[in-house]
Design a protein around this ligand. Structure first.
Ligand SMILES: [Zn+2]
Length: 215
């Protein structure tokens, strides 16, 4: 049983989705490809064109992203929105998840979800917001990926993991440098479930929402 890491900046891990950003590289492992909100440039459509081509033909690309909104960093919001909407529709078309980066922009995500007929499955990565905000997202195809904040007792991440439907959870190391095993261990203590059961659940969850399967 493999403990999948669905979002990592560390390259070359076998059961992990490496965050390649918009760098289309030869890789033997799985990737997510996309334009990070910090990196949306005025010529983003050129970058997007390449991402679109690559994502359509390369089955190693398991997700689009990270993409999203950030009110603290990056270009002005209309530009971020345009890039996000294009990437979200690509993910929907390919039937693979979009990995979301969202900082102080919950309202922008809600606006998108409420105005879009066929949104892709969205995985909010590094979830550490209040459970009330998470609950607002449950009517939509939004999933939650938990990382290093699970190691902080009393964090919002630990509170929401304990309350979140188990079919909506994923785990990640992001840029923490931690081993994914330590995240599963923390989750296993919070949920009082064996790590192997969580590992299996994550695989089931992924395969229920994506055309590109993992095992
Ligand atoms: Zn990241």
């Amino acid at each position: 049983m493999h403990c999948w890491d669905i979002h990592t900046h560390r390259e070359g891990q076998p059961y992990a989705i490496f965050q390649a950003g918009r760098n289309i590289t030869e890789s033997e492992t799985f990737l997510s490809l996309g334009i990070h909100p910090w990196e949306v440039a005025s010529i983003w459509e050129e970058h997007f064109k390449k991402i679109k081509q690559e994502a359509a033909q390369n089955p190693q690309i398991l997700a689009i992203g990270e993409a999203g909104f950030d009110r603290l960093k990056g270009p002005e919001i209309p530009l971020q929105k345009a890039a996000f909407y294009a990437q979200a529709s690509l993910a929907a078309q390919l039937e693979i998840p979009l990995i979301l980066h969202c900082v102080k922009a919950h309202d922008l995500l809600m606006e998108y979800l409420k105005s879009t007929k066929n949104p892709p499955v969205i995985i909010w990565h590094g979830w550490n917001q209040k459970p009330e905000l998470a609950r607002q997202l449950l009517p939509f195809p939004v999933f939650f990926s938990f990382g290093k904040q699970l190691l902080q007792p009393g964090s919002n991440a630990t509170k929401w993991l304990a309350a979140c439907p188990i079919t909506r959870i994923f785990f990640e190391t992001d840029d923490s440098g931690l081993e994914i095993g330590s995240i599963y261990r923390a989750a296993s203590l919070i949920l009082q479930l064996p790590e192997a059961a969580l590992a299996e659940q994550v695989i089931v969850n992924w395969n229920a929402i994506s055309k590109r399967k993992i095992e």
